[in-house]
Design a protein around this ligand. Sequence first.
Ligand SMILES: Cc1ncc(COP(=O)(O)O)c(C=O)c1O
Length: 468
Amino acid sequence: MKKSRTNAPDWSGSVPVLPKAGPRRLALYRELRRLIEGGSLPPGAKLPTTRDLAARFGLSRGAAVAAYEMLVADGFAEARVGAGTYVAAAVPTRAAPQPPVLRNSREEPGPLPGALGCSAADARTIQVFRTLLNRHLMQPSPRHFHYAEPAGSLELREEVAAYLRAARGVNCSAEQVVLTSGTQQALDLVIRTVLKPGDPVWVEDPCYPMARVALAAAGMRITGVPVDAEGIDPEAGIARSPHARAVYVSPSHQFPLGVTLSMRRRLALIDWAVRNDAFIIEDDYDSEYRFAGPPLSSMQGIDAQGRVIYVGTFSKVLMPGLRIGYLVLPPTLCAALLDVRARTDRFPSTLAEGALAEFLREGHFAAHVKRARRRVRQARDSLVAALEGSGLEVTRPEQGLHLVAGLPDGVRDLDISAAAARQGFAVRALSPMYVDATPRQGLVIGFSGFAPEVLARAARAFLSTYKS
Ligand SMILES: Cc1ncc(COP(=O)(O)O)c(C=O)c1O
């Protein structure tokens, strides 16, 4: 039998003071965890009974029990039947410095360097997420065993609303937020709710291919509206399709070209939508990755007439495999869209939502974004440096996870992307992303999810054959 130490912690001199705000069980859990991690409660130490703990901290017994259960779930304590609760013999320690980029554990072939849409999550983020998921599995909420709200959990919707108000100037309450399985489902729900087959819709030209695919599959009549240095041009849209019912835009960082929609055009687009009773679908997919200067805040935040439907995702900022995104709806659309949601996939995964809500609430998200932004900026710089002098026209992007490299006249991007893949470098051809406009030939290259040296090596290997 394992020998255990029985030295109960001596808090007689100073009972730690719990912060006033927030749930008591969480505050107690954090305080105990701090004492364990700091060594004041050593491995194997017997913890006070829940009755004693509750009395010392002036809490309910239930809060003390819950705090112990969380410590056990997270591996910081062990419950021994009939003997009480002990600090775990092997307390989880903070991750040692890790390689910046995650590898999948089974060495399955991953995407080639340069591929779009790769997660910038690091080992620290995954470790925290694992702990939070584990906590939810060890203390399953009754919520997981029933059918839940079609909008998604209120706790995560509240976190998302607070984040969007602060970070993106979105004007919303949790009641307007609907959790989705990413942007793609958000688009599908919006299309089913506000459009009908045959409706005319504008998209940016060139356009995010998956938005175009969703609209086309639902039978919309799509018009490509040209994008210049100021973003989509509403005048051109009005000239081509004056009675469109909706427009899909990525105003903060146009996909794929990377321009920002000017304030003048934002206001013109909202004016047009108000006059035409049309909706603006604002895809704000990567605004967390802003490397210089503050981003323009969301279009939703300057829309006083309920014309903007805001779409966001955790795919870029955390990882696509999470499949969590969100919609912020004008209040008038909420009931209809939730009807569609209930009818199509009922409600989102309560398990993943719960872990993500705590990830945000406990401050892990903000710390993750800071780390991820720093890593992605380094990767961007490394890629831009490797492409310098290559004859490709490259501008260093100040936001996002990809860049567009222009090709010299007479060179076809589809040919180049096929050749690059053979060299182990993933570049997407720009020209197929155009809708009605004459396509520009270019390469769309991602820089998230790859170590700077891996990207640079792959880019150089590709360039050595591209130039010859
Ligand atoms: C323009 C744009 N919007 C949204 C997304 C994210 O899609 P989802 O949330 O469905 O993973 C991407 C990912 O590639 C994108 O490029």
